[in-house]
Design a protein around this ligand. Structure first.
Ligand code: NAD
Length: 480
């Protein structure tokens, strides 16, 4: 049995209480590892180590920080096969997806922020009387980074890379549902030669470690990615603490399809934006809004293609849709489908669990599901399902498309399909979202700001935004 332990002060430790919890391989529905079940004492221990680590890290030259990060990125690439297998087992995603997206992106994150920090600089402003303002960006100290289960190592590294690059030390908490790659990462981090205490990983459930992780006075900033429900708890918990908080939360993203789009490209991309990673990507377009004149052709073609999607064990090369991440989430998605049925939605395909054969018989699989004839105000269209489930609705005018696109509490991302550039600009200006893709989906340039509006997020990650988030800006004015 694999033992996934905390990484604190450069050592691997069990939880102080000795408690452990099970880690499940969702493709088989069976336990494969023990995880340290930490509590606030472990968080305090990690914060203490981060404090000790910071004494050295804040004096470490930038060039040395950059070199350590580049070495770490190389180590991730060298151990890619191990990490791909681990992510596949832990999360249930198709192995091919972990190999194409998750693990390459983890090393890219580290490399990107190593390069970015080497170009990160302050500014100066000369006044008419000759006074000189010098603006500097200094590390905050100890920060906490909390990440979810859907893109485990990808999002874990996306947070800690800018934090460490800018000279902070980190207490990180990967999701208890998918902690394996963060544990393997700690070994590579160690091997790269970072000083003890620069990265500390505390495992366990949010309810036990969360409060200390965000409220402790020594934690200067909290970077969180996860559900809007947890984001709200964190936000309430730090209210009055005046610390920096970045919240990347849920979505219910519209995929707006106009009749004048490049139909074949749209259809192929819509398959990905609907069902990639079993629909468990915060950016998936779960509400498809299609112009009425092409709605029936689109619906037929989309259903036909979806029926052909191969759902299966993650390690099978042909699999396009793998296992749902956990039993709890599997049951949640099925209950959302039941709600859609009660709301009188028409299930055009899927709508049920799937049973695999042999060793995968107890895994958590759901057939990709398309639902139609649902009002935008119903629960199915309002609440994040975060699974292989999409709805189709129609519109006749641009105004109606905008009204429906904006008709939720969320505002993370949107996709618009049209060959009319002026229409695309109008749509992008009107849609309430932090990210809008025109004629594409999930094209990511790591320099761009990333985040949501409304109940999808507060603050932005990515590029310079992340470097600024993890630093305190100071202006010094020199006068004669
Ligand atoms: P979650 O909110 O349940 O958990 C996220 C992390 O927060 C986990 O590490 C969890 O242990 C921790 N946590 C839970 N309770 C906590 C508390 N009280 N205090 C501190 N930490 C706590 O989310 P999840 O189910 O792991 O992930 C799925 C959600 O994440 C979806 O809503 C999805 O849209 C969202 N997500 C958003 C983005 C984005 O960039 N906006 C990216 C990926 C996922």
């Amino acid at each position: 049995m694999i033992e996934i332990r905390n990484y604190i002060g450069g050592e691997w430790k069990d939880a102080i209480s000795g408690k452990k919890m099970d880690v499940i391989d969702p493709s088989k529905g069976e336990k494969y590892a023990n995880l340290s079940f930490s509590n606030e004492e472990d968080v305090k221990d990690a914060i203490h180590s981060a404090q000790e680590g910071w004494k050295q890290w804040k004096k470490t030259k930038r060039e040395e920080r950059v070199n350590l990060m580049l070495k770490l990125a190389d180590l991730i690439d060298e151990h890619a096969e191990l990490l791909i297998d681990a992510e596949t087992k832990d999360n249930g995603k198709p192995r091919k997806l972990a190999a194409r997206v998750d693990i390459p992106r983890a090393s890219a994150n580290i490399r990107f922020f190593a390069h970015a920090v080497s170009q990160f600089h302050g500014d100066s402003f000369v006044m008419d009387d000759g006074s000189l303002n010098v603006t500097t960006y200094d590390p905050l100290g100890i920060v906490s980074c909390i990440s979810p289960w859907n893109l485990p190592l990808y999002l874990f590294t996306w947070k800690i890379a800018p934090a460490i690059a800018t000279g902070n030390t980190v207490v990180a908490k990967p999701s208890e549902v998918t902690p394996y790659t963060a544990f393997l990462f700690s070994q590579l981090f160690h091997e790269a030669g970072f000083p003890a205490g620069v990265l500390n990983i505390v495992n366990g459930v949010g309810g036990e470690v969360g409060e200390e992780l965000v409220k402790n006075k020594l934690i200067k900033a909290v970077s969180f990615t996860g559900s809007t429900r947890t984001g709200r708890i964190i936000s309430e918990s730090v209210a009055g603490e005046f610390k920096k908080v970045s919240l990347e939360m849920g979505g219910k993203n519209p995929n707006v399809i106009f009749a004048d789009c490049d139909y074949d490209k749209m259809l192929a991309t819509t398959m990905h934006s609907s069902f990639s990673n079993q629909g468990q990507i915060c950016l998936c377009g779960s509400r498809i809004l299609v112009e009425k004149s092409i709605a029936s052709k689109f619906t037929n073609d989309f259903v036909q293609r979806t029926n052909k999607l191969k759902v299966g064990p993650p390690t099978d090369n042909e699999t396009k849709v793998g296992a749902i991440v956990s039993k709890e989430h599997f049951e949640k998605i099925l209950s959302c489908i039941e709600t859609a049925k009660k709301e009188k939605g028409d299930i055009l395909c899927g709508g049920h669990a799937l049973k695999m054969e042999g060793e995968y018989a107890n895994g958590y699989y759901i057939a990709p599901t398309i639902i139609t004839n649902m009002d935008q105000n119903c629960k199915t269209n309002q609440e994040e399902i975060f699974g292989p489930v999409v709805t189709i609705d129609t519109f006749e005018t641009e105004e109606e498309a905008i009204q429906k696109a904006n008709a939720t509490q969320y505002g993370l991302s949107a996709t618009v399909w049209t060959s009319d550039n002026r229409k695309a600009i109008r749509m992008s200006r009107e849609i309430e979202a932090g990210i809008v893709w025109i004629n594409s989906w999930l094209k990511r340039d790591l320099r761009t700001p990333f985040g949501g509006v409304k109940n999808s997020g507060v603050g932005r990650e990515g590029g310079i935004e992340a470097l600024k988030f993890f630093t305190e800006v100071k202006n010094t004015c020199f006068s004669q």
